[in-house]
Design a binder for this molecule. Structure first.
Ligand code: G4P
Length: 284
């Protein structure tokens, strides 16, 4: 499966991020809890190497809770602060505030020793498209907080959202571009809906899902569509088309419709909570 990406956008986004990172203390990086590595761009580690780091594993409501725990330990072992969230819900937001303070403890201590008091921690949200950055900023910042205008010494036009007396958030998130070199990364991004459907072949995607993801979660198709699973992918797709009455004019089975339905039900969590990658050392 071929994916297209636009180098012009990439370069501009990277340059913007390099500028914004100079203004902040903490990078809040959103990843998709169903594909915590494929939804990252490791370049952020280089871009933000002197900054405090918090990883938010978003869409945890759609991910496999056991595997989320594994990923949580994995990221912590690499030195990140981590919180698992559903960015659409306010639950967990208090925990994030606490983790922000923890992540920036050293910086605040340094400020205190230098006699700087009450300087809020400045943070920015980064992540690949569709990972939930805007949703998170809306939920986390809410309506109650005040926006602060230009500050002396700060690039003109930057808007900061004052969350409380301790934390300010840059109101525009940094956009990271996914790493496409690896085909399986592209597949996982497509499956989870991070890549626009117009550039995808949904039939191919459904086949790959049936061949590569299903073996990890046996039983999900039987539960949802009451079909047998130990068959070739094309046969299973045909069974889904029959069960869900996906048909073209003239009553012919519509495989593309069945494929789209399958992918849609995976993305929305109707097939169950699934995480489709594990840290390397956990792979069998
Ligand atoms: P972005 O700024 O990083 O590009 O992402 P954005 O917030 O626009 O979120 C992309 C999609 O992901 C949105 O769905 C949003 O509702 C959904 N989303 C964000 N966080 C979560 C989460 O924690 N759990 C789940 N299940 N979904 C989440 P959409 O289909 O584009 O819009 P809509 O369905 O909200 O209308």
């Amino acid at each position: 499966m071929q994916f297209q990406w636009y180098p012009g956008h990439m370069t501009k986004a990277k340059r913007q991020m390099q500028e914004d990172i100079k203004l902040i203390d903490l990078i809040i990086e959103l990843v998709d809890a169903r594909i915590p590595i494929s939804s990252r761009n490791p370049d952020i580690d280089e871009l933000g190497k002197h900054k405090s780091r918090l990883i938010l594993m978003n869409k945890a409501d759609l991910a496999d809770a056991k595997r989320t725990e594994i990923w949580n330990s994995y990221f912590k072992s690499k030195g990140y602060f981590v919180v698992c969230i559903d960015a659409r819900s306010k639950t967990g937001m208090k925990l994030i505030q606490n983790e922000i303070m923890e992540a920036c403890k050293e910086k605040m201590e340094r400020d205190r020793r230098r006699g700087i008091k009450n300087r809020p921690v400045r943070a920015m949200v980064v992540g690949i498209p569709n990972v939930g950055k805007s949703t998170f900023i809306n939920t986390f910042a809410g309506k109650a907080c005040t926006k602060t205008g230009n500050k002396p010494g700060v690039t003109k036009g930057k808007q900061w959202i004052r969350l409380n007396k301790n934390v300010e958030l840059l109101d525009t998130p940094g956009i990271l571009w996914p790493k496409f070199e690896d085909q399986t990364v592209g597949l996982k991004l497509a499956l989870t809906g991070s890549i626009k459907d117009e550039i995808l072949n949904v039939d191919e995607l459904a086949m790959l899902f049936l061949e590569q993801v299903l073996p990890d979660y046996p039983g999900i198709l039987t539960n949802r569509y009451e079909i047998e699973e130990n068959k070739e992918a094309a046969v299973m797709l045909e069974e889904i088309a029959k069960k869900r009455n996906c048909r073209k004019k003239g009553d012919e089975l519509d495989y593309s419709k069945a494929a789209a339905l399958l992918i849609d039900e995976f993305r929305s969590g109707k097939l169950g909570r699934m995480t489709i990658e594990l840290p390397k050392e956990w792979e069998i």
